[in-house]
Design a protein around this ligand. Structure first.
Ligand code: GLP
Length: 261
C-alpha cells in the first residue's frame, strides 16, 4: 500500500483513529510488539487506547519498545523517556512493565547499549506496528537531519532545533536539555512491519510535506518512510496544510478498496 495519508479534524480524532487501528491489531494478535514514541503527538492515541483497555481490551500480552532515550537523565527523572513511557503508556494501557523496553541511556557502556537494544527487538520477533511522531525538522525518533537512512540504535547528538523545541519540557531552559541520546536508527524503524505516524498542528506542516512529497533525503529523515511498504500517516488539518496533493489523499481515502479497511 505504500504511504497512506489520513487527515482528521483534530488531535482527538487522530488519537481515536489510531487507537481503533491498534485495537484491531492487538485483538488479532494478543502478543503484538508495539513500537512506542514519546512527545506530545501520540498522547491522544495513548489516552484513547487506555479507554479501550479500561473497557476490556486485553493488553496483558502486548510487548513494547520505545524509540529513544536521553543520555544523562536518571530513569526516574520526570523527563526521562523511561518515566514518560511508564506514565503515558505502560500504566494507562495496563502493559506488563517487564515487557516494555526503553533504550538504556543510563548505561556505562553506551556503545554496547545500541546493539543490545537491537538484539532485544530481534529476540522479540521484531516490531509489528511502530507508532511515530515527527520533529518540526523532520526527525523521527532522534534521527536528526543528516542521519544515516540505514542507521541502527546508537548514540547521537541532538540538533539545536530539537533541544530548543524540547526545552518546554525542561522549564523552558535549553541548558537543562541533554545533548546526547540513544535512538533507534532509521534502519531500525524501517524494519518494523508497519508504521503509523501521527502529527498535529501547523508547526509540523512543512515536515509532513517534506516527508510525504519531498525527495528521500537526509535533510528530512522522515522522508525515508517513503521506502516502507506499510505506512499510515494520521494528521490534523493544520499539519496537512502544506501538502500539495491533499485532495488526492482524501479521494484515495474515500475510495479505499473494501479489503483494506
Ligand atoms: C521528540 C521525540 C520524537 C517526537 C518528536 C516530536 O524529540 N524524540 O520521538 O516524535 O520529538 O515531539 P512532539 O510530538 O512533542 O512534537
Amino acid at each position: 500500500m505504500g504511504m497512506e495519508i489520513i487527515v482528521q479534524t483534530d488531535a482527538e480524532a487522530v488519537g481515536e483513529y489510531v487507537a481503533a487501528k491498534f485495537t484491531r491489531v492487538i485483538e488479532n494478535q494478543p502478543r503484538t510488539v508495539l513500537g512506542v514514541a514519546t512527545g506530545s503527538s501520540p498522547r491522544t492515541t495513548y489516552r484513547a487506547l487506555a479507554r479501550r483497555a479500561q473497557a476490556g481490551l486485553d493488553t496483558s500480552g502486548v510487548r513494547a519498545f520505545a524509540l529513544d532515550e536521553y543520555v544523562g537523565l536518571d530513569v526516574d527523572h520526570p523527563q526521562s523517556y523511561h518515566e514518560i513511557i511508564r506514565q503515558e503508556v505502560t500504566e494507562p494501557l495496563g502493559l506488563n512493565p517487564s515487557a516494555v523496553h526503553v533504550p538504556h541511556g543510563q548505561a556505562q557502556d553506551l556503545e554496547s547499549a545500541g546493539p543490545e537494544y537491537e538484539a532485544a527487538i530481534r529476540d522479540a520477533g521484531g516490531v509489528d506496528v511502530q507508532l511515530l511522531g515527527i520533529g518540526s525538522n523532520g526527525h523521527i525518533g532522534f534521527n536528526e537531519p543528516g542521519s544515516s537512512l540505514a542507521g541502527r540504535t546508537r548514540l547521537k547528538t541532538l540538533a539545536p532545533k530539537t533541544r530548543q523545541d524540547n526545552a518546554r519540557f525542561f522549564g523552558g531552559d535549553i541548558t537543562a536539555v541533554p545533548i546526547h541520546c540513544l535512538t533507534q536508527g532509521i534502519g531500525t524503524i524501517l524494519a518494523a512491519k508497519s508504521v503509523v505516524l501521527v502529527a498535529t498542528g501547523a508547526a509540523k506542516a512543512r515536515a509532513i510535506a517534506a516527508m510525504a512529497e519531498g525527495p528521500v533525503a537526509a535533510f528530512c529523515p522522515a522522508s525515508a518512510l517513503q521506502l516502507h511498504e506499510h505506512v499510515t500517516v494520521v494528521i490534523d488539518e493544520d499539519a496537512a496544510s502544506e501538502l500539495t496533493y491533499r485532495e488526492y489523499y482524501d479521494f484515495a481515502r474515500d475510495h479505499r478498496p473494501d479489503w483494506q479497511i
